[in-house]
Design a protein around this ligand. Structure first.
Ligand code: ACO
Length: 324
């Protein structure tokens, strides 16, 4: 049986910091309201010319450096995004070209905020059956380009960024790497969170629409059950988790999950205050922040979980790094 190791992480954030204070200069909102309801203080915003693929390439290069894998050895690129550069080709193929990853096959995964856990699980499947050995899994978004800046109930919540991981398949068995995954979706809830445009509907890009309270309720319930599932699959308990690395949508959702899993503060990575909700990029950005700050170390058991539009949701357990 192959082991799918996570041997490197990387992140990239656009330069422009957009604070709550700045938002309240043109929107009927306040730093206090946003902070109290969401935990967000600021977010990054890409320039108009800065594309999702640019963010993705920067994060991928950092992850490659961290894992010491060369681009020639990358044989698969999976990019989770809801904000592609073009309708087609996939943003993953644009990233492939920009990186010069000429020995890879590349494709996008679309599961909105759950995109990274979906991409990780797809990569795990492909790698376990030997279709590729060294995979870049990237979550990258220019989500602020989908926002209606007059809608205070949505535009304060999101930000731009990219995170990436390198996965490597090895024929050994030491309990490292991807241990368990679970994925779910339920299209009956598609109207809770969606974009009101698209190629075959309006022919426009559209804006994010959300029923925040309903999303919140589903988030806590569905994330908790997904986490129970992966722990059961792996025959582990929440006591075994070294770091919960949750999707960073709202500090109240993260805190509710922390409480359900009975984890202390020093076992949860929280980046929502500075990143806001970066959709598919949020987990790999949080991962990179955890590794960079020295909190996440090789051998640590990471619990990843996310929920997004669809609704789509899932969770993964990963023992980070490689042994020795
Ligand atoms: N500033 C000031 N007031 C605001 C703002 C704002 N930015 N946005 C909404 N309000 C007002 C509303 O108009 C409403 O006013 P009213 O009482 O006069 O009608 C009041 O605040 C309360 O609005 P609610 O929507 O009921 O506020 P709630 O406490 O539910 O908080 C929030 C809203 C933060 C969106 C919350 O529902 C939430 O976090 N939901 C989860 C959704 C989420 O995280 N989505 C991200 C994408 S999905 C995902 O990644 C999980």
């Amino acid at each position: 049986m192959k082991q799918i190791l996570m041997t490197g992480v990387g992140a990239y954030l656009p330069e422009k910091i957009l604070t709550n204070e700045e938002l309240s200069t043109f929107l009927e909102t306040s730093d206090d309201w946003i902070k109290q309801r969401t935990g967000i203080i600021s977010r990054r915003k890409a320039h108009q010319e800065e594309l999702t693929s640019d963010l993705a390439v920067n994060a991928a290069n950092e992850a490659l450096k961290c894992s010491k894998v060369s681009i020639a050895d990358i044989d698969c690129i999976i990019l989770a995004t809801t904000t592609p550069d073009y309708t087609f080709p996939s943003t993953a193929t644009i990233v492939q070209q920009k990186l010069g990853a000429n020995n890879a096959f590349a494709f996008d995964v679309q599961a909105v905020c759950a995109g990274f856990v979906y991409a990780l699980s797809v990569a795990n499947g492909l790698m376990s059956t030997g279709q590729c050995r060294n995979t870049l899994v990237i979550g990258a978004e220019t989500f602020t380009k989908l926002l209606d800046w007059n809608d205070r109930s949505t535009c304060v919540l999101f930000g731009d960024g990219a995170g990436a991981v390198v996965l490597q398949a090895e024929d050994s068995e030491n309990g490292y790497g991807i241990i368990a995954n679970t994925l779910h979706s339920d299209g009956r809830y598609k109207d809770l969170l969606y974009v009101d445009g698209g190629v075959s509907t309006t022919g426009t890009i559209g804006y994010v629409k959300m029923r925040g309270r309903d999303v919140f309720r589903h988030a806590v319930e569905k994330l908790a059950s997904a986490m129970d599932e992966v722990l059961e699959l792996a025959n582990l308990t929440s006591d075994d988790i070294d770091w919960l690395v949750p999707h960073q949508a709202n500090i109240r959702i993260i805190n509710a999950m922390q409480k359900k899993l009975n984890l202390p503060d020093n076992k949860v990575i929280k980046t929502v205050s500075a990143h806001a909700n970066t959709s598919a990029a949020s987990i790999p950005l949080a991962l990179a922040s955890g590794v960079e700050s020295g909190k996440i170390k090789p051998g640590h058991l990471l619990a990843l979980e996310a929920i997004g539009g669809g609704l789509t949701w899932g969770a993964s357990l990963v023992r980070y790094g490689r042994p020795g």
